[in-house]
Design a protein around this ligand. Structure first.
Ligand SMILES: NC(=O)c1ccc[n+]([C@@H]2O[C@H](COP(=O)([O-])OP(=O)(O)OC[C@H]3O[C@@H](n4cnc5c(N)ncnc54)[C@H](O)[C@@H]3O)[C@@H](O)[C@H]2O)c1
Length: 346
């Protein structure tokens, strides 16, 4: 299949694009390059053809001839999303829906949207486990956009156009372009560089986790599946056994990384608290099952961090943290207040 991956230079895209190439797909990546400098290591055996473009400027012509679009281009976490709400809605909601409309006009039959389990917000404060049919409870502009996009894409679904909504759990695991603003990656990094696992909360909030390679696998399955299996459908992406309280994540890391201590924040440190049910994807997305549990992912991160000689400075560097990097690009006049390039890095 000929596949366009938007956001191909991000944490997930840097794993997804080679995954698709290895599976024999013809891949074109599209990215404006906000996080191009986020390399922690060079391990990409295959790179896609590449278009440097802002998702807001994509035209119908750019999208002609593709069998599927996988859309990852976003301001991609809660703190960055709250940095400028109107900009978040412009990129994450409006530009995404416009991209889908143009894909449909270009005759692209399938559009895979990278949504998030963060649409469930604080629902874990009750005993309920969130399924795809549970009410959403977004807590941030980022999560609100995920809900809005899913609803708007649903209105585009018809015989010629099949949107698929993949609600990913919180990602973790090694990617050549690593993010340290993801809780598991950050905690393993802290354990390796400081021997202290500093939690923002008291460790009680629940979150589901999924390895970045399993997210990529779900996306591959979503483009390869028969249309009826995925047309206009929502899937939580992860495994029901991988819902953890943050303190259990810290304990798992302590078992892998010798000699580290856990310290706890106050209970208000993290409002996100939800458990998700992943029965549907295991039963109904052909070919999908998770291959990485938390322990395997932590061991892999530990190996990678030792191999690259990870230092505390790198752990906190702007290149690996979305809000810091975008603030830096704006404060140094490289992008304007709409995150448009003033000095383009090509
Ligand atoms: N990482 C997670 O835990 C997680 C969980 C659930 C959902 N998701 C979603 O998956 C997607 C990818 O996440 P990620 O962790 O790889 O994020 P990321 O920030 O690492 O990558 C996003 C990429 O999109 C690009 N981008 C942003 N705005 C753009 C624009 N206007 N035009 C073109 N390119 C643009 C950036 O340059 C970056 O390379 C996002 O939609 C995110 O919301 C991520």
């Amino acid at each position: 299949m000929r596949v366009l991956v938007s956001g191909s230079e991000g944490y997930i895209g840097s794993v997804l694009a080679p995954t698709l190439l290895q599976a024999g797909h013809d891949v074109v990546g599209l990215d404006t390059g906000f996080h191009r400098c986020a390399w922690l290591y060079n391990a990409v055996p295959m790179a896609p053809l590449w278009i440097c473009r802002d998702a807001r400027d994509v035209t119908v012509e750019h999208l002609r001839g593709f069998d599927a679009v996988i859309h990852l281009a976003d301001l991609s976490n809660d703190p960055l999303g709250d940095f400028d709400r109107s900009l978040t809605f412009e990129i994450n909601h409006q530009a995404t829906v416009a991209m889908a409309e143009k894909a449909k006009a270009a005759g692209v039959p399938r559009f895979v949207y990278s949504s998030s389990c963060s649409v469930y917000g604080a629902s874990g404060a009750t005993d309920a486990w969130s399924t795809e049919d549970s009410p959403t409870a977004p807590l941030t502009a980022y999560a609100e956009c995920k809900v809005l996009v899913e609803n708007d894409l649903r209105a585009l679904a018809d015989d010629s156009f099949s949107p698929v909504y993949l609600r990913n759990a919180t990602a973790f695991g090694a990617s050549p372009r690593l993010r340290f603003d993801l809780v598991v990656n950050e905690l393993v990094g802290l354990a390796v560089t400081t021997s202290e696992l500093r939690l923002a909360s008291d460790g009680t909030p629940w979150r589901p986790f999924v390895h970045v390679r399993d997210i990529s696998k779900a996306m591959r399955c979503a483009i390869e599946a028969p249309r009826d299996a995925v047309h206009d459908r929502t899937f939580n992406v992860g495994d029901t056994s991988a819902n953890y309280q943050i303190r259990d994540v810290a304990e798992a890391i302590r078992e892998v990384v010798p000699g580290c201590e856990i310290t706890y924040g106050d209970s208000s440190g993290d409002a996100r608290n939800y458990r998700a049910d992943f029965t549907r994807i295991a039963k109904e997305l052909p070919g999908f099952s998770c291959e990485y549990d938390l322990r395997r992912g932590v061991e892999e991160l530990y190996d990678v961090f030792r191999q690259v000689g990870l230092e505390e400075e790198t752990l906190h560097a702007r290149q690996h943290r979305r809000l810091k990097q975008m603030t830096y690009l704006r404060d140094t006049g490289q992008v304007d207040d709409r995150f448009r390039w003033l000095v383009h890095p090509t």
